[in-house]
Design a protein around this ligand. Structure first.
Ligand SMILES: Nc1ncnc2c1ncn2[C@@H]1O[C@H](COP(=O)(O)OP(=O)(O)OP(=O)(O)O)[C@@H](O)[C@H]1O
Length: 264
């Protein structure tokens, strides 16, 4: 279980540009929850995921993962528990290394061991098995440099890498946003398959309202650093995109202003 209690995060403190990016966030994430996160521009969605991953420190509040207070742990000390993928397929994987070398690095996350000893025969079988889950035939291309793969293939590989060690929490920050619609849809299907198969507790930011309604068992909506809506499967499954936008207006008192969401 992941518990966020009273999380506050400011940027540009004590300047005229001071921003409260996270404003008293309280969130309990149950084991196996797959939560989609939507919200207005600058609502604090990415800041929230970065705070949980330890990429940025919070100013106050407490972050607990399975009862352990990780609030002050640096990113690398949380890496064994958390898998994370951003928008950029180039950032999630190392282009000059082969698929098997990328996966070997993923296996070492949170450990201190040499890469040279990481591509072992038993691991290669594990890599093949994990790659088969993507349905992209990557298991037959282990020695191919990742730089030769398409954006969609790289994000699929990034997913396998992020979930290889069965993290306690998977954080996806618009991981399909830079892909064309066909590749985005493919990567979402792979995401759902991997998350369901391993029952991974997952937080996924998306600007795509349909994706937010279709995937996962829970949806939260953010605005100006706050969580303004938190709904479960039953309500989510009944809602249309238009109704979700109307809900945003009624919860925030303003019109929904995420330009990418509205264009999606
Ligand atoms: N490193 C930073 N330094 C200064 N301000 C930041 C930083 N990161 C985020 N912010 C500010 O914090 C607020 C929340 O940003 P964040 O990126 O979390 O929003 P978001 O909900 O992910 O937005 P979007 O949907 O537009 O990507 C914004 O006002 C943003 O400008």
């Amino acid at each position: 279980m992941i518990n966020l209690t009273g999380i506050n995060k400011y940027f540009f403190v004590n300047t005229p540009n001071e921003i409260k990016a996270l404003d008293n966030i309280n969130l309990q994430v149950n084991p196996g929850d797959f939560i989609t996160i939507i919200g207005s521009n600058g609502a604090g969605k990415s800041t929230l995921l970065k705070a949980v991953a330890g990429v940025i420190p919070v100013d106050s509040g407490c972050i607990e993962i399975d009862g352990q207070d990780v609030t002050n742990l640096p990113e690398h000390r949380r890496a064994g528990d958390i898998g994370r993928i951003d928008q950029d397929p180039m950032a999630s994987t190392a282009a000059e290394l082969t698929i098997e070398e990328n996966l070997a690095i993923a296996c070492l996350r949170g450990q201190r061991r040499a890469l040279a000893r990481a591509v072992t025969r038993p691991r290669l079988e594990r890599f093949r098995q994990a790659l088969r889950d993507t349905g992209l035939g990557l298991e037959d291309r282990l020695r191919v440099p990742v730089g030769t793969l398409s954006g969609g293939q790289r994000q699929a590989l990034a997913l396998v890498m992020a979930t290889m060690t069965r993290p306690r929490l998977l954080l996806l920050d618009e991981h399909t946003a830079a892909l064309d619609p066909k590749a985005a849809s493919l990567v979402m299907d792979i995401t759902e398959r991997i998350v369901n198969r391993h029952q991974l507790t997952t937080l996924m930011i998306t600007h795509n309202m349909e994706q937010a309604l279709r995937f996962g068992n829970r949806l939260i909506m953010m605005h100006r650093g706050r969580i303004i809506l938190d709904i479960g499967s039953d309500e989510k499954n009944r809602l249309t995109v238009a109704e979700l936008i109307a809900k945003f207006a009624s919860c925030s008192g303003t019109v929904f202003d995420n330009d990418r969401a509205l264009l999606a």
